[in-house]
Design a protein around this ligand. Sequence first.
Ligand code: SF4
Length: 319
Amino acid sequence: MREFAFELAVAASLEAATDGLVARQLGTRDRIVDLVEIEPGPDFSERTSLTAEPIPPLAIESAVGVGTARDPVEAIDTDPDHARSVADQAIEAGFFTAERRGSRRHVRQTARYPDWFAGLHAYENKPDLDRPGDLERQLRKDVSLALFDTVTLVTDSYVTGAHRNRIPEVVGIVRFDAEHGETTVIRDAEPLSTETTGIAIGERSPARVDIEPIPSERKTALRLRLAERAYGKGWRPDGLPPCTQADARGPPFASDDALPYCQWKGRFVHPTRECGPDCGGHEAAEPPPADIDAVRAEKTPWEPDPPGAGRTQTSLDDF
Ligand code: SF4
């Protein structure tokens, strides 16, 4: 099975099994992780009712609070233009509200930023272990940096002892049947030390390997960025192909989804990489009707239109 279709099936299965959220293809400090699962924290519902969008990390980390309105240029730790832009994004997201102080715009938080995630779990999908690519090195980097609480390899392959020996011991291994959505745990993932200094492994040459210590505070900031991006992004592709052959459906074990299936190719397709006039089966049409946000809202705790968003427009309209 192709990696993209496998990844969609893994994401659908993971989403059904978690009370948190799943996101796909997220950039970390030095690589793209296939899937990230957000484990809910104590204030998870406060996050879902705050905004459906990612909140800019600089706004969260700024000196802007709930109580007193502040000039964003003074309160957000970046250059003035960027501070204004971050404030705009935070207002649009519903995290800041704006008010006038003379000729200047001041902002305050609409709500305290909640303690909403308790863990971040990474999943690396490799359906065919006989074509591992860079897998082993990527997993060793993940373990060394320990940005995620756990790291798990998901595969469709029979896992031999030789495979197991090549994968770092703390990395979990799961065999996944993408047709039936069945999971077999070969080895549980062990928790990583997210609250201590990690070592980022960089470029490698025959003579040397670049490494960089990443202190725990920096890791905490990176985890916050990841969690916010994951919250906003989710895992479903943004749109369906504008083609007569396109259909919106899920994998066989969760058919009521809205993923890009191509009847001509008889499989899921990546809309931006595979679809368009260059494809032999392409025939232009409206994309199949599907509300991807509605599907995400139905299957997860994510709220597409939370009450916090109402405050946003009022604040923007004032300016
Ligand atoms: S463009 Fe090609 S791959 Fe995409 S849906 Fe149409 S026929 Fe399928």
